[in-house]
Design a protein around this ligand. Structure first.
Ligand SMILES: [Zn+2]
Ligand SMILES: [Zn+2]
Length: 182
């Protein structure tokens, strides 16, 4: 097949030990069969903790262009990945294959998400991502209103209150306008 990003002829490559996908030698764009993926999941050894990096680089979605399945020519559907990963995965439902741009599988690996692809593509996974994205948007709105310093302080207080056995009393106290009794 031809790479969906740069039109180079792809070839089979191991993207993980035991997992082969069609890959572009130029840009590492990857056409992954979900059947092969599922088979690999069943056999893959558990992911070591050190493979999960919190410091992975964020990748901005370049352009949300629509892609066509190289096998059946249907339009690929776009799937959110995670609130903190801004790119989309492209999937052909009919062929059960996923297109990953060259930096996307490494980004999934860096975030410890290579084993959760089927969950990401599920309705529940997509709902979770949408919820976390709208939570992020809400937080950004509050941060803009409060300013960074007060926002950080408010977050700290909120975390402290969340686990406090006297939470309700403390909240009531914070809302009182009367001077504190001595
Ligand atoms: Zn390519
Ligand atoms: Zn297809």
């Amino acid at each position: 097949m031809l790479c969906l990003s740069c039109n180079t002829e792809t070839r089979p490559e191991s993207i993980e030990p035991g997992l082969v996908a069609e890959q572009c030698p130029t840009c590492q764009g990857t056409w992954l069969g979900l059947g092969d993926y599922r088979h690999w999941l069943d056999q893959a050894p558990p992911l070591p903790d050190e493979a999960v990096s919190k410091a992975a680089e964020l990748i901005e979605e370049a352009s949300p262009r629509a892609l066509r399945c190289p096998d059946c020519t249907q339009l690929l559907q776009k799937y959110r990945v995670a609130g903190h990963l801004k790119f989309r995965l492209d999937r052909c439902g009919a062929c059960r294959k996923v297109w990953l741009d060259g930096d996307e599988w490494p980004a999934l690996r860096a975030h410890g998400l290579t084993r959760t692809l089927l969950h990401i593509l599920s309705d529940r996974g997509q709902r979770e991502v949408r919820e976390s994205e709208s939570r992020e948007r809400r937080d950004a709105t509050w941060r803009a209103r409060l300013g960074d310093v007060d926002y950080a302080e408010a977050q700290r207080v909120r975390a402290w209150l969340a686990g406090h056995p006297q939470r309700a009393v403390l909240l009531a106290f914070l809302l009182t306008t009367a001077p504190a009794p001595h």
